[in-house]
Design a protein around this ligand. Structure first.
Ligand SMILES: C[S@@+](CC[C@H](N)C(=O)[O-])C[C@H]1O[C@@H](n2cnc3c(N)ncnc32)[C@H](O)[C@@H]1O
Length: 195
């Protein structure tokens, strides 16, 4: 096939479609995240400047060190670290993915050609240990094929990479010895704790 240059109006149209889709997708993700976290803030704003209510689930504070970061603080950290949509990223100890949700809102509001789905599928990885949070995370991001490492962050150095040194895509679990994929039996989830 002849390699033809696309007319600029087509490129603009494609960009507009990606952005419109990204706006739709981030709104769906935020709605689901708010449902699970019981937050009521307006998540379409970036940055959120006022620290309003945030969820602290004290029952998981002792065993998983679980205290969720308020959105306003996530936003401050995002503004300081300046992540980019064409750089690889991993949301370590992600909980329900609140840092990622806020970063996706930042990308959507900031970069006119941001393609949320493509970013999540190709540049982004999550990591979380607590199966309860993993279940919520998978529900929030159910419309996207996320990359997720379920297991201890300290074992990520053993994760398999492709020939370019990039983590393999998909959902992986730490079985106590190595990262495995295609875990079908729910009871395999218990293996997370054998490390
Ligand atoms: C303080 S919460 C932070 C959650 C989220 N990143 C935030 O900022 O709100 C810590 C999270 O790390 C998870 N976690 C604890 N130890 C971990 C480990 N060794 N590897 C991966 N995740 C871990 C907990 O289950 C919890 O969801």
């Amino acid at each position: 096939m002849k390699n033809m240059e696309l007319p600029s109006y087509n490129i603009k149209n494609n960009m507009a479609i990606f952005l419109e889709r990204s706006f739709m997708m981030i709104t769906i993700l935020e709605t689901s995240f708010k449902h699970h976290s019981h937050l009521t803030q307006d998540f379409t704003i970036f940055p959120i400047t006022e620290i309003e209510q945030h969820q602290i689930r004290t029952e998981n504070k002792e065993n998983f060190g679980e205290v969720f970061t308020p959105a306003a603080l996530c936003d401050k950290m995002i503004l300081i670290s300046k992540p980019l949509p064409d750089q690889f990223n991993i949301d370590l100890c992600c909980g329900m993915g609140n840092f990622t949700i806020r970063m996706l809102r930042y990308f959507t509001n900031t970069f006119p050609d941001f393609n949320l789905k493509s970013y999540l599928e190709n540049y982004h990885w999550f990591n979380e240990l607590n199966p309860e949070n993993v279940t919520v995370l998978l529900d929030i991001f159910k419309n996207v094929q996320i990359n997720l490492l379920v297991g201890p962050a300290e074992k990520i150095k053993h994760m398999k990479c492709d020939s370019n040194g990039i983590f393999l895509k998909g959902i992986w679990h730490w079985n106590g010895k190595k990262w495995i994929t295609d875990v079908e039996e729910p009871e395999d989830f218990d293996k997370f704790f054998e490390y």
